[in-house]
Ligand binder design. Sequence first.
Ligand code: BDR
Ligand code: CA
Length: 317
Amino acid sequence: DIRLIVDTDPGVDDAMALLYLAAQRERVELVSVGSVHGNLGARPGAENALRILEVAGLGSVPVAVGADRPLDFSYLPSGQFVHGADGLSGAAGPAASARPVAENAAVRLVRLCRENPGELTVLALGPLTNLALALHLEPELPNLVRSVVWMGGAIDAPGNITAHAEANAAHDPLAADQVLGAGFPLTVVPLDVTRRVWADADWWASIAAATGARAKAMTAWSRQYLRANSEFEKHRGGPGTLCHDPVAAILLLEPELAEYERHPVLVEFAGGQTRGATLVDRRGYITPADASAGRPSVRIATDIDVRPCLGRLQAAL
Ligand code: BDR
Ligand code: CA
């Protein structure tokens, strides 16, 4: 059984991931959800998390508001141009009946991991600001969690929010660099694999035809995201969406659907045009001049079995 904390910036594909997880109740216990800036602000993000959990019948899962700024207070346009002003394609709907808990998401992450050493898995679906802050509060955090899975980065693939950077890395490159270098038992699910999981018009039509609450909500919440994805991904030859965050959730439960390599990953947090780029050194040697000297490796998904992922997601909605 996986006892899970989800850290998220919900976000249409974050909603897909949460709804997928909600359908895996025999295997996943959702312990707590934290919100972070990224697709939208952390507070409206927490409101979305509550809405999504309510639709999923998980309205009693606590939601904590997390960081609303990257570590260095820099700014990048939010993901609202992709996910809609409210993060859910303008269809977020009325507020859920539950309210966020008073405890901050990073503080809560530290407390829960201290109280349950070695037991909790963290699925991070947004910028890594909360995890970095938690690491500042508790440097032993990498030894207290069971594992971490992060959707983020673009290793060999082009970026998405900029030419060289994936959005979750770009929204807080310093936090990403700190967390990736901290020695967590960590799996990175980068754009290299998520950009292969394309839900086409037929896939979305099958969700629109379904009558369950999850499918109905997802159909409404995906409209603006579908438009934006279809516009950005014209080369696919028809409308559809990428499914970044649910791919990370699926690999958490079924890691055998992907192939992996282990490398240290550095994140460019000082560059101009390449800020947020995730760097893997393939030379096979390290010099004393390299920032990756002594840096722990993380597991990086490099290839994925696409069809089962789309099938799992369809079955869950
Ligand atoms: C990531 O950025 C966000 O827009 C998505 O929710 C996903 O987590 C993809 O780059
Ligand atoms: Ca996300």
